[in-house]
Design a protein around this ligand. Structure first.
Ligand code: GCV
Length: 722
C-alpha cells in the first residue's frame, strides 16, 4: 500500500487546523479585528504620529484601555508599540482623565471639556514643551476608554490623524443590552447557541468570553447589561446566584458596564417565603428593600431592575388589584437610596381586552403619565405590536411627556428570519428614531423623545434585546454582528446615519478595499427592505408561524388567544386585506398626535409602506404605481426574492476580499435566505390568493408547491422558543 497520502495528511492536518482556527478567530474578533493598515501612506502617517503610548493614570479602566491600545496598534501598525513612562520624546499618544492633566493643557481644552458630559472624550493634537502629541482625555476614565476606541476606529477606517480634533459624548445615559437568557442557558428568541453566562462555573471561572464581550460593548459605548430574561426566574435574586452575578459585575466594571437584573414580581413569595407580593403590603416593601440592600452590598454600582409585569402571564401588581405605578414605584423606592433605576416595560396586552391589541399598551400606560418616581423609566418597544419587520412608531412615544420613556429594540431576529437571514437592522432602528411624533409640532422625533431633549428628561435610555450566544461568531450570522454594533452606535447617538455605521462596520470587520465596501454596503442597506418585501410588504404584520415565529403562517387561526393568530392581523377576506385602524376602524390612529393621525388616517396620505397596518383595502385598490393591491403585493413578494438573489450575486464576487471561512459561511446562509424568501412568497401568495381569486402577475414566479404542503410544515424544535 502506498503510504504517501497518509504522511501527506499527517503533515497537512495541523496546518489545516491552524488555518481553520485563524478563520474562526476572525469571526470571533467581531469588529475589533485590528488588521494591518494596507494603505502605505496612511500607515506611514500613523507610525510617525504614534511613537509610543503614555498612560497618565493607573486605574483598572486605564489599564484595560492601555491593553486595548497595545493590541489594536500592534495589529494595525504591525509593530510592537512601546509603553513610555513620560512624554519627553515627540509624538506620544497620551491618555488619561481630566484629573491627570496639567493646568496648561486644561486651560487649552476648556472649550472641549464644556462640550462633553461625564462619558464623553476629547481626542486632540496638542503641544507640550513645543513637542506635538495626541491626547485622549475625558472627565472620567471610562470617557477616556471610549476615546481610545474612537481613536482606534479612525485607524481601522482609514482616517487621517493629522491635527486630529474630536470632542464627542453620548446623547443617551442608559445604553443597555437585554439578554433574554434563562438560568438553564437557553436563550428565549436566541439563535446563536446557548447563553454566554455559564452559571455552573461562575463565580470562580471567568471565561475569556466575558472579557471580550465587555471589550466589544465598551468599544461601541454600551454601558449596561441585563443578564437574565424578562420572563424572569426569581432564583437569580438568591445568594447562590447573586454571588455569580457579582463575579460578572466585577469583570465588567473596568469596561464601564453596569449589571442589571430582571425582577420577578412574585419573588417575595417564591424565594422570600411571604404569602403575597402585593406592593401595598409592608412586609413585601421591606422584602424588596432588604433584597436590594443585599445586592448593593455585593455590587455597589448595581444598575437596577428591569420588570415585565402583568404581561403574557408574568405576575405583577394587577394580581393584587394594584397598578403599574404601584409596582414600579415600590421597586424604585428600594433602589433609590443606592442610585439605582427601574426599567418598567410597557409591553402589555390582554386576551380579555376586546380592543385592538395595538392600542392596549397606550390605553394602560398613558393615564399614569407623571405618576412614576423619578428613577423609573418606562421601556417601550419600537412599535405597538411586537418587533415586526416594519411597524409604525409606538404611539406612546408621542403621549407621555412627563415620563421618561426608553426605547426597546430587538437585535435578535425573532420575526426576521432568525440568524439565517442577513438583515441590517440599523436601517429599521433609524427609521423609527427619525419618525415624527408631532407632539410639539413638526420635528418632535422619537430620537428627541428618548434622548430626553424634547421634554428635558434627565434619565434617558435605550435597550436592545441581544442577539448574542456562545456560537463562535457570537451572533449566529457574521452579518448579525453589524446589528449589535449598529445598535450600540445609535444608542450613543440616535442621530447617526445607518449608512455611515455600515461603512465603518464593514471596514473594521472585513476590509477597507472600496471594491468590497461599496457593493457590500449597498447590499446591507437594501437588506431590510428585502425582508419586509418577502415577508410582510405594504404594512402586513405578524403573519409568522405560530409560537416559534419561523417561516410563514398567515393561515393560523386556532390559537386560544385571538391576538396570537395571524388571521387577527391581516384580516384577509374576499373584499380585501389589512387591519382598519383608522377612524372608521379600531381608531388606533387617534392615539397619535393630530398631525400624525391625519397622515395615517387618510388612505391617500398614509405611507404605502404602512398601508395595511392602518387600512383594510379592496384587492382592486389602486396603488401609487398604478398596480392593483393584489398585483402590487404579489410583485413586492417577488421583489423581495429578487433582492436576495442580488445579494447572493454581490457576495459571490467578494471571495478575494474576505477570508475563506467567513466567505463560505455567508454564502451558505444567503442560499438558505433565498430558499426561505421563496417559501415566504409562495406560501403567502397561495394563501391570500384564496381570497383575492386573482391570477399572479406575469413577473411573479409560479409556486412549486401547494398551499396544503406549506400548511403541513411543522418545526417542533425551532430554536429560541422555550
Ligand atoms: C420575552 C414576544 C416574544 C416573547 C417575549 C415577549 C416580550 O411576545 O415572542 O418571547 O418574551 O415578546 O417582549 O416580553
Amino acid at each position: 500500500m502506498n503510504r504517501l497520502p497518509y504522511i501527506y495528511i499527517l503533515f497537512l492536518l495541523p496546518m489545516l487546523m491552524i488555518s481553520l482556527n485563524v478563520s474562526a478567530q476572525e469571526d470571533y474578533k467581531l469588529w475589533l479585528q485590528y488588521a494591518k493598515v494596507q494603505d502605505s501612506k496612511l500607515a506611514t502617517e500613523y507610525k510617525s504620529k504614534i511613537n509610543g503610548i503614555v498612560a497618565l493614570e493607573n486605574s483598572e479602566t486605564i489599564q484595560v484601555a492601555s491593553k486595548e491600545l497595545q493590541l489594536g496598534l500592534s495589529g494595525l501598525l504591525d509593530t510592537k508599540i512601546e509603553v513610555q513612562q513620560n512624554i519627553d520624546s515627540e509624538n506620544a499618544l497620551i491618555f488619561g482623565s481630566k484629573s491627570s492633566l496639567d493646568e496648561d493643557i486644561l486651560k487649552n481644552l476648556k472649550k472641549e471639556f464644556d462640550q462633553i458630559n461625564d462619558e464623553g472624550y476629547i481626542i486632540k493634537t496638542i503641544q507640550v514643551k513645543s513637542k506635538n502629541h495626541i491626547l485622549i482625555t475625558g472627565k472620567t476614565d471610562v470617557g477616556v476608554f471610549y476615546g481610545v476606541f474612537h481613536f482606534l476606529r479612525l485607524l481601522q477606517t482609514k482616517t487621517s490623524i493629522e491635527n486630529v480634533n474630536i470632542a464627542d459624548a453620548p446623547k443617551i445615559n442608559v445604553r443597555i443590552l437585554n439578554h433574554w437568557d434563562n438560568l438553564n442557558r437557553t436563550v428565549e428568541r436566541g439563535y446563536a447557541g446557548f447563553s454566554l453566562w455559564n452559571w455552573q462555573k461562575l463565580p470562580d471561572f471567568i471565561d475569556q468570553r466575558y472579557i471580550d464581550y465587555a471589550r466589544a460593548n465598551a468599544s461601541i459605548g454600551i454601558n449596561g447589561t441585563v443578564l437574565n430574561n424578562v420572563n424572569a426566574n426569581a432564583l437569580i435574586l438568591t445568594p447562590q446566584y447573586l454571588e455569580k452575578v457579582e463575579a460578572l459585575a466585577n469583570t465588567f466594571r473596568p469596561y464601564g458596564i453596569k449589571v442589571y437584573l430582571t425582577a420577578r414580581f412574585s419573588a417575595p413569595i417564591e424565594i422570600g417565603g411571604l404569602k403575597t407580593a402585593d406592593p401595598y403590603d409592608a412586609e413585601v416593601k421591606n422584602w424588596w428593600k432588604e433584597k436590594t440592600k443585599e445586592i448593593y452590598k455585593r455590587i455597589p454600582d448595581f444598575g437596577g431592575f428591569l420588570v415585565k409585569a402583568n404581561s403574557e402571564g408574568q405576575p405583577g401588581p394587577q394580581n393584587y388589584g394594584r397598578n403599574h405605578v404601584d409596582g414600579a414605584n415600590m421597586l424604585a423606592d428600594a433602589v433609590a437610596p443606592f442610585g439605582g433605576i427601574v426599567m418598567w416595560r410597557a409591553f402589555v396586552y390582554s386576551e380579555h381586552d376586546v380592543d385592538d391589541r395595538a392600542k392596549q399598551a397606550y390605553s394602560e400606560f398613558v393615564p399614569y403619565d407623571g405618576q412614576f418616581r423619578n428613577n423609573v423609566i418606562v421601556q417601550v418597544k419600537n412599535g405597538a405590536i411586537d418587533f415586526q419587520p416594519r411597524e409604525p412608531f409606538h404611539p406612546m412615544f408621542g403621549a407621555m411627556p412627563k415620563t421618561p420613556l426608553m426605547m426597546e429594540f430587538q437585535i435578535t431576529q425573532e420575526y426576521l428570519g432568525f440568524s439565517t437571514h442577513l438583515v441590517y437592522l440599523p436601517k429599521l432602528f433609524q427609521e423609527v428614531l427619525k419618525s415624527d411624533t408631532y407632539r410639539k409640532g413638526k420635528g418632535s422625533t422619537v430620537a428627541k423623545v428618548i434622548d430626553g431633549s424634547l421634554d428635558n428628561h434627565k434619565i434617558t435610555g435605550i435597550a436592545g434585546v441581544a442577539n448574542i450566544g456562545n456560537d463562535i461568531n457570537w451572533t449566529g450570522h457574521p452579518f448579525a454582528q453589524a446589528n449589535w454594533y449598529g445598535f450600540g452606535r445609535l444608542a450613543w447617538n440616535p442621530n447617526l446615519d445607518s449608512e455611515a455605521i455600515a461603512d465603518e462596520w464593514l471596514r473594521m470587520t472585513f476590509s477597507n478595499d472600496e471594491n468590497f465596501v461599496n457593493p457590500v454596503k449597498e447590499m446591507l442597506l437594501k437588506s431590510r427592505e428585502a425582508v419586509v418585501n418577502y415577508m410582510t410588504p405594504l404594512g402586513l404584520h405578524h403573519i409568522m408561524d405560530t409560537g416559534h415565529h419561523y417561516g410563514p403562517g398567515p393561515w393560523v387561526s386556532n390559537l386560544s388567544r385571538p391576538e396570537w393568530n395571524p388571521v387577527y392581523y391581516h384580516k384577509a377576506d374576499k373584499n380585501g386585506i389589512g387591519f382598519d385602524r383608522s377612524k372608521t376602524g379600531s381608531k388606533a390612529t387617534t392615539q397619535y398626535a393630530p398631525e400624525a393621525a391625519k397622515i395615517f388616517d387618510d388612505v391617500k396620505t398614509c405611507p404605502e409602506k404602512d398601508l395595511l397596518w392602518f387600512h383594510h383595502l379592496s384587492w382592486d385598490y389602486k396603488l401609487k404605481n398604478g398596480q392593483t393591491l393584489w398585483n402590487g403585493m404579489a410583485l413586492k413578494y417577488q421583489e423581495g426574492v429578487d433582492e436576495v438573489a442580488a445579494m447572493q450575486s454581490t457576495w459571490n464576487k467578494m471571495g478575494n476580499y474576505v477570508d475563506e471561512h467567513r466567505f463560505k459561511e455567508v454564502q451558505m446562509l444567503l442560499n438558505i435566505q433565498h430558499k426561505e424568501a421563496k417559501w415566504w412568497r409562495d406560501a403567502c401568495l397561495l394563501y391570500f390568493q384564496q381570497f383575492s381569486g386573482k391570477e399572479l402577475p406575469k413577473r411573479v414566479e409560479k409556486p412549486t408547491q401547494t398551499l396544503e404542503y406549506f400548511e403541513s410544515l411543522k418545526f417542533p424544535f425551532a430554536p429560541g422558543n422555550n
